[in-house]
Design a protein around this ligand. Structure first.
Ligand SMILES: NC(=O)c1ccc[n+]([C@@H]2O[C@H](COP(=O)([O-])OP(=O)(O)OC[C@H]3O[C@@H](n4cnc5c(N)ncnc54)[C@H](O)[C@@H]3O)[C@@H](O)[C@H]2O)c1
Ligand SMILES: [Zn+2]
Ligand SMILES: [Zn+2]
Length: 445
C-alpha cells in the first residue's frame, strides 16, 4: 500500500480531533452515506500513487445547512496537485476527488445560506474557512481552526491548517472541484460573486494562483527598488514575478531549467532568467546571482518550486529512503544567494523534515526566512478581482491550454511532464460558456 494511503489508515485508527464544525472525510460523495445523490457526474479521482482517472461519481447533496452545491464551469490543475499525484502529500484514499481551484454557477443552497441564490456565478476559495474563528476574523482563512480536524497534521506541525478542497484527508478530506458538481461548505464565506464584466477564464484563478503569488510577494516584503529572485517559473512563479514588478521591484530574476523560462522571456522581456541546468562548470545559482547583483545577491528571494524536487543524488536518495521528506537544496540556495539581512519566502509546498539545512548562513548573515504558509485567499481576493476589472492584472497571460473535463486524467500527465508547452490550463465542462476573448482555443486529447 502506498505511503499516502497507509497514513490515512493511521489517522482513522487514531481518530480526528473535535475542533471541526463541518463534516470531515467527504472526499467522494458516493462513498459517504448521505453525501451523494443518485444522479451521476464526471470527476477526476486519485487512484493510487502516480495514478488519476476520470470516474463516474455521485452528484453531491446538501449535507449541512450552510452548504452550496456548485455546477462547475471552470477548473484547472495546480502544481500542488502534482504533490498529491506523487503521493508526497499524504493521507489519500482511492477514489478521492481532487481539484482546489474552481468556479461555477450556484445550483442549490442550504437553508442557512444568506448571500447566494441559484444561478449566480461564483468562484471558490481553495481553502474552506468557517468565517468566524480567531484566524477567520483576521481573514487569515488558510489557518481556519474549524474546518480541519486532522490529528496527524496537528501533531506533526503543532497546529492545523484550514480544510482544503481536493487536498487529501490531511487537510480535512473534502471532495474537490475537478468535477461537474462540488459541495462548498460555508458557502457564504467561501464563494465570491463574479461580476458580469469578468469572464470565468479570468475569475477562476482567484481560487488560488493569484492570491498565492500576491501573498508570496507581500508576505516576503517586496519593496520599491528591490531586486527579487524567484525559484520556479511555473504559474505561481510567473505571477509572483509580475506582482513583484507591480509592487515596485527594480529587477526580477527567475531560476528554472526548462522551456518555461523562454515562455517568461517572451511575455515579460524585462525579466531576467537563469537556467540552472546550463550554468558553466564551477558556477552555481548562488555564484551567478552574486555576479548579477553587485556580488551581494538579491534583496528578496521567493521559493515557488517545492521541496520534493531534489537537484542532487544525496537528497534524492535521502528522500527515497525516508530519511527526509523534502530537500533543503533550494532553500539553502536562496539563503546563500540573498544579500545579508535580506528576506526569503517559501511558497512552494514543503511537507515535513529536511536534512543539511544551512542554519549557519541564516543566522550569521541575518537572513529572514519566512514560511509564507498556505495563502489566505480571503485576505486578497476582493482587491485582486478589482485589479482584474481595472486591467491591472491579466491572469490569461499564464494560461496555455483550454481542455475538456473528460480529458483531465491525460492532462495531469502532460502537465506533470511539461509536455506540449502546457502550464496553466482552463478546464471546461458541459456547463461552460464559449471561450472568452484571449482564451486559448480548445485542445482535445
Ligand atoms: N502556499 C500556497 O498557498 C500554494 C498555493 C499554490 C501552489 N503552491 C505551490 O507553489 C509551487 C509552484 O506552483 P506551480 O503551480 O507554479 O507549480 P509547477 O509545478 O507548475 O512549477 C514549479 C516549477 O518549479 C521548477 N523547479 C523545480 N525544481 C527547481 C529548482 N531546483 N530550482 C528552480 N526551479 C525549480 C519546475 O521546473 C517548475 O517549472 C508548488 O509547490 C505548489 O504546490 C503553494
Ligand atoms: Zn493550488
Ligand atoms: Zn475559521
Amino acid at each position: 500500500m502506498a505511503m499516502s494511503q497507509a497514513a490515512f489508515k493511521v489517522e482513522q485508527a487514531i481518530g480526528n480531533g473535535d475542533n471541526a464544525t463541518t463534516a470531515q472525510d467527504v472526499t467522494n460523495p458516493g462513498l459517504t452515506p448521505g453525501a451523494g445523490k443518485k444522479e451521476k457526474m464526471q470527476a477526476l479521482a486519485w487512484m493510487g500513487k502516480n495514478s488519476v482517472e476520470m470516474i463516474e461519481a455521485s452528484r453531491p447533496a446538501i449535507i449541512e445547512p450552510r452548504d452550496v452545491i456548485l455546477k462547475i464551469t471552470g477548473s484547472t490543475v495546480c502544481g500542488s496537485d502534482l504533490h498529491l499525484l506523487h503521493g508526497t502529500v499524504v493521507e489519500l484514499q482511492k477514489g478521492d476527488i481532487l481539484g482546489h481551484e474552481f468556479c461555477g454557477i450556484v445550483d442549490e443552497v442550504g437553508a442557512e445560506v444568506a448571500k447566494f441564490q441559484k444561478g449566480q456565478r461564483v468562484v471558490a476559495s481553495f481553502q474552506i474557512a468557517c468565517g468566524d474563528c480567531y484566524y477567520c476574523k483576521q481573514k487569515l482563512s488558510s489557518q481556519c481552526e474549524k474546518t480541519n480536524a486532522n490529528t496527524i497534521e496537528n501533531a506533526m506541525y503543532g497546529g492545523r491548517t484550514a480544510g482544503m478542497f481536493g487536498y487529501s484527508h490531511f487537510t480535512g478530506g473534502f471532495a474537490g472541484g475537478q468535477s461537474e458538481y462540488t459541495r462548498v461548505p460555508y458557502g457564504d464565506v467561501n464563494l465570491l460573486p463574479i461580476p458580469d464584466d469578468v469572464p470565468d477564464e479570468k475569475a477562476l484563478y482567484l481560487s488560488d494562483v493569484l492570491c498565492t503569488s500576491w501573498h508570496a510577494v507581500v508576505d516576503t516584503g517586496v519593496k520599491k527598488g528591490d531586486v527579487v529572485a524567484i525559484w520556479g517559473a511555473g504559474p505561481i512563479g510567473q505571477m509572483a514575478a509580475d506582482f513583484s514588478l507591480l509592487n515596485g521591484a527594480s529587477r526580477v530574476i527567475m531560476i528554472d531549467s526548462n522551456w518555461r523560462l523562454d515562455f517568461v522571456k517572451e511575455r515579460y522581456p524585462h525579466i531576467e532568467a537563469i537556467d540552472f541546468s546550463k550554468l558553466p562548470k564551477g558556477e552555481s545559482v548562488t555564484s551567478e546571482l552574486k555576479k548579477r547583483c553587485d556580488m551581494r545577491g538579491p534583496d528578496v528571494s521567493i521559493e515557488c518550486a517545492a521541496g520534493e524536487y531534489a537537484k542532487g543524488w544525496a537528497h534524492y536518495f535521502e528522500m527515497m529512503l525516508g530519511l527526509e521528506t523534502d530537500t533543503s537544496e533550494l532553500v539553502n540556495e536562496m539563503i546563500t544567494s540573498t544579500r545579508n539581512f535580506g528576506r526569503c519566502g517559501i511558497t512552494g509546498v514543503y511537507v515535513g523534515f529536511t536534512n543539511h539545512f544551512n542554519i549557519g548562513s541564516l543566522m550569521e548573515r541575518g537572513i529572514r526566512l519566512i514560511g509564507n504558509g498556505q495563502a489566505p485567499v480571503h485576505l486578497y481576493w476582493e482587491s485582486l478581482l478589482k485589479m482584474i476589472q481595472e486591467g491591472k492584472i491579466d491572469p490569461l497571460k499564464m494560461v496555455t491550454h483550454r481542455v475538456r473535463m473528460e480529458d483531465l486524467d491525460k492532462v495531469y500527465y502532460k502537465f506533470e511532464a511539461k509536455e506540449d508547452g502546457m502550464q496553466k490550463v482552463f478546464v471546461e465542462t458541459r456547463f461552460s460558456t464559449p471561450p472568452c476573448e484571449g482564451s486559448p482555443a480548445l485542445t482535445m486529447y
